[in-house]
Design a protein around this ligand. Structure first.
Ligand SMILES: Cc1cc2nc3c(=O)[nH]c(=O)nc-3n(C[C@H](O)[C@H](O)[C@H](O)COP(=O)(O)OP(=O)(O)OC[C@H]3O[C@@H](n4cnc5c(N)ncnc54)[C@H](O)[C@@H]3O)c2cc1C
Length: 415
């Protein structure tokens, strides 16, 4: 059994939320350990980019040592840019423009961010440790129990074990996420092909959501250009930490209905990519090129789900963060930002409790009371956006795909 002394925190899950909280607490001198079910840090391709909004960036700024926060900004894409809503032939319906400020919205590579979040946590992240439950025999020192029958005792236990959370089933058993009718097949394709960018200059700083004529089908893509290449930026700011190669890429996602993805295809990357290719034949040739040139091992199927509001946690000294408690469909780019926001908020409340002598149970309750309203506002917004953009409602769909695109000139001519 691993026993921590004084004020200590055990976290299940080394994803965005778990690692961000570990950084926060380590900076404050709190004894923290993270237990991750994967056998190592980079066993899965964390294949896509993530847009950090002001909450995500603020959480990182508050949690990370200064040089690591600078590293996140240095390797990120340039600030600003647009999100364009188009029809399937990439004719604009409308565009949202992001602020061009260094600390406003930034797109970062997820693998690079994860590597940054792991920096300096040597000896504090334990792999091949799948958490299964929290034992509450001694209410002052709950124990995280693992599938390999080991345990870790701490003052506070945190479930940051993602959408399939094992701890959720125990701490809020009534709150398994609701599935939605929609799924996404995600892929990644090289940005530079034959010495040229596959994304035309007009879309250089744009994310694009192309909505098909048929309701329930859409295609998203955006390019990720590293501001500074990770090997150089890490050598300068975090020497010794793992630096991804940092080749620019295009991340894309084909959104479709659950019933269009048969069960036999779900665990088969080649079959998933082939399905994406067949399903995107009506889209602009650029879309088809992205699917045709996708890297097979970066193909991912994501079944969209929405979390359910928790009441109190079943174990008073255990709590939850991120997708484990408030998963949301990836519309509006708020899932990861909300997870990071949780981590910084919980870190703040726990550090205050240790400093002021506030009962830990009160600190956890205060965190939950603050987290639930903002997190479930984000869940509701993401679910509403998903329904609006992919639902059957005839009038909005008709306006998006037939009326608005006719009012704009062609952005990407078809060769
Ligand atoms: C394609 C796509 C694009 C997205 N884009 C954006 C975006 O632009 N902006 C944004 O804000 N969000 C985005 N999101 C959402 C975002 O990725 C998630 O909300 C975020 O990763 C949640 O972080 P987390 O730490 O809660 O969970 P995760 O990052 O999923 O981490 C959970 C960790 O727990 C581990 N684990 C699981 N079970 C156990 C267990 N029993 N014991 C121990 N460890 C366990 C997992 O292996 C994993 O490492 C996107 C999601 C997808 C799918």
């Amino acid at each position: 059994m691993i026993v921590s002394t004084d004020f200590s925190v055990a976290i299940a899950g080394a994803g965005l939320a778990g690692l961000c909280l570990a950084q926060y607490l380590t900076r404050a001198g709190i004894d923290v350990h993270v237990y991750e079910q994967d056998p190592g840090p980079f066993v899965r391709r964390q294949g896509y980019r993530i847009i950090l909004d002001r909450y995500g960036l603020e959480a990182l700024r508050e949690s990370l040592p200064r040089h690591l926060y600078r590293l996140a900004l240095a390797t990120g894409d340039e600030p600003g840019g647009q999100l364009r809503f188009t029809d399937s032939r990439l004719r604009d319906a409308f565009t949202i423009t992001f602020k061009d400020e260094p600390h406003a919205t930034r797109q970062v590579d997820r693998l690079t961010l994860r590597s940054i979040l792991q920096s300096g946590l040597d000896g504090r992240i334990h792999y091949s440790k799948a958490a299964v439950a929290v034992d509450n025999g001694d209410p002052a020192r709950p124990q995280l129990r693992f599938a390999d029958s080991g345990t870790a005792a701490a003052t506070v236990v945190v479930g940051a074990d993602g959408v399939g959370s094992a701890l959720r089933k125990q701490l809020i058993p009534y709150a398994d996420p609701a599935t939605t009718p929609m799924v996404g097949i995600y892929g990644r394709s090289p940005l530079w092909q034959g010495g040229e960018s596959v994304i035309p200059d007009a879309l250089r700083t744009s994310g694009v959501l192309a909505i098909a004529n048929r309701p329930g089908r859409a295609f998203f893509f955006t390019s990720m250009r590293f501001g500074e290449r990770p090997p150089e930026a890490f050598a300068r700011l975090a020497p010794g930490s793992y630096a991804p190669t940092g080749d620019d890429y295009v991340m894309w996602g084909l959104l479709l209905r659950q019933e269009e993805v048969p069960a036999v295809v779900r665990g088969d990357l080649r079959a998933l990519r082939d399905l994406a290719a067949r399903t995107s034949t009506d889209f602009h040739p650029l879309v088809r090129r992205l699917v045709d040139t996708a890297e097979l091992d970066a193909t991912v199927l994501n079944v969209f789900a929405t979390g359910r509001r928790p009441r109190r946690w079943a174990v008073p000294r255990a709590t939850m963060m991120g997708d484990a408690v408030h998963v949301m469909p990836p519309f509006g780019a708020q899932g990861g930002n909300t997870a990071l926001r949780d981590a910084a908020l919980l870190g703040r409340r726990l550090v205050e409790a240790r400093t002021n002598g506030t009962p830990v149970e009160d600190a956890i309750a205060a965190y939950q009371d603050e987290m639930v309203p903002y997190a479930f506002r984000a869940v509701d917004t993401a679910a509403r956006l998903m329904r609006r953009l992919t639902g059957d409602a005839a009038a909005p769909h008709w306006v998006l795909t037939r009326v608005l695109p006719r009012l704009h000139r062609v952005t990407v001519p078809e060769a």
